[in-house]
Design a protein around this ligand. Structure first.
Ligand SMILES: [Zn+2]
Length: 242
């Protein structure tokens, strides 16, 4: 089992860790990692491992095989591999990851502005999208975008907490995402809370990485709203200034 350090320390850019295993396809498993593995619409992290002797291993992506208790770092083609027991320094491609964190957090707020069940989603460095079970396209896109940017500018804190699976089952409305189920199985579920007041701006189960406060997202622009099936509408979101 890998220790998921990015959950408590999403701003860690570098970490020293030990190689537990190099699998038969060259994937590297560490005892702990700050690299987020592709899941829930957020792509896996990239970066560079420094190994003893000074060589560098480029990590092309990071994945979760099987039961999601383990994280596998996938090197780019033709890289020299470490051995089990080696100590490596794992360095994130932080600029990319920070953009993903900003976009990911922005999508939580998008789900507040569009209060419909979420049927899918995807997070990219430049844009993200959510699919909603939303029969009609709203005709006040500018007002929705303004509301979204107000929530961002209000600089609400973003925090995480854990509840038991029983507590989640007692509050099914908390789950907005119909297809991406929150990570379960260890008896507890991680929640992401936006806002510090008695009524949170948003509160939902999520295993991803987020910025510490909404102001860090920066201004955003709602892009196309496309029809994807009878009930489904796909809403794209972009950073406004980049
Ligand atoms: Zn999230």
């Amino acid at each position: 089992m890998t220790e998921f350090v990015f959950r408590e320390e999403p701003y860690a850019k570098s970490i020293e860790a030990q190689v537990v295993e190099v699998n038969d396809r060259g994937g590297i498993v560490l005892d702990r990692t700050i690299f987020y593995a592709n899941s829930g619409g957020q792509p896996g992290d990239t970066g560079v491992f420094e190994v003893p002797g000074g060589s560098r291993i480029e990590i092309a992506t990071t994945i979760h095989p099987g039961d999601k208790t383990e994280i596998v770092h996938v090197p780019a083609e033709g890289q020299e591999l470490p051995a089990a027991g080696d100590t490596v320094v794992a360095n994130l491609d932080w600029d990319r990851r920070h953009r993903l964190m900003r976009m990911h957090t922005a999508l939580h707020l998008l789900s507040v502005v569009f209060p419909f069940p979420v049927t899918g989603g995807s997070i990219g460095e430049d844009k993200g999208r959510l699919d909603f079970d939303m029969p009609e396209v709203p005709d006040d896109k500018d007002a929705l975008e303004a509301r979204l940017n107000e929530m961002i500018a209000a600089d609400h804190p973003v925090t995480s907490e854990w509840i038991t699976e029983e507590e989640l089952d007692a509050n099914p409305d908390m789950v907005k995402t119909m297809q991406v189920k929150p990570p379960r199985g260890q008896g507890r579920v991680r929640l992401i809370r936006i806002g510090s007041g008695p009524e949170p701006v948003d509160l939902q189960p999520c295993g991803g990485t987020h910025v510490a406060s909404t102001g860090e997202i920066g201004p955003v622009r709602i892009g196309k709203i496309e029809k994807k099936g009878r009930q489904n509408r796909r809403v794209s979101l972009h950073f406004a200034e980049e």
